[in-house]
Design a protein around this ligand. Sequence first.
Ligand code: SAM
Length: 248
Amino acid sequence: MDIDVVALFPDAVRAFCEVGVLGRAQERGIVRLRYWDVRAFADDARQTVDDRPYGGGPGMVLMAEPLARALTAAKEGRGAVRTIYLSPSGRRLDEAGVRELMGAGSLVLVAGRYEGIDERVLEAGDEEWSIGDYVLSGGEVAAGVVIDALVRQLPGALGHEDSAREDSFAHGLLDHPHYTRPEEWRGREVPPVLLSGDHGRIRRWRLKAALGRTWLRRPDLLAGRSLTSEEQGLLEEFQQEYRGQGHE
Ligand code: SAM
């Protein structure tokens, strides 16, 4: 997959993408990232990329021309490209969105700054995506979030192929809790079933914990998902135990 990042601070995204899973995915050729500095496409000696907003008001706006030139450079030689402007006004990213974007062979991610970009740069078919209902100072972090969420799901990106399949949201549920050595830490023990070696019991314990956690923390996810009879039974067990502990 090819991803181009167009930004005022592309090195911030690059630094983030060079480590861990993303760094390895690039080494393995699973994703090819390129970075475009909008300032390099300014046409004056001071490399001006922002100006005051028409109509007045606070802040500055990222000018159309340098950004358009950077976008043209990023798209050159690419076939079908999905161009995405990271923006609080965009479609909110979720697991379904991540999977959808994985299907794109080539993405161009545009990170804004200031009050945002000159609206005229966006062409018909360009998309706007948000990473959440809050405002960041710049789209670089948002671009990093999109790249990370997407690349870790690409085949071969994770060392252990099952990891992404079992993560939160993959089955419409939150993840179950995890534990590692030592068996007892500061007087707190690992749930004994996880030490039993009985894979059937461990699978059911994890599924029940995931269902219970989702029911407690994100009931909206359960409302949008049908349960198998096994899942229904495990959730009822969890609910009984939970209420048996004096919770409402
Ligand atoms: N005036 C804009 C508004 O109220 O929607 C906010 C601009 S913000 C300070 C500067 C840039 O950060 C935006 O152009 C966008 O690229 C990025 N950004 C901020 N919040 C974001 C979010 N929740 N999701 C994606 N990008 C975001």
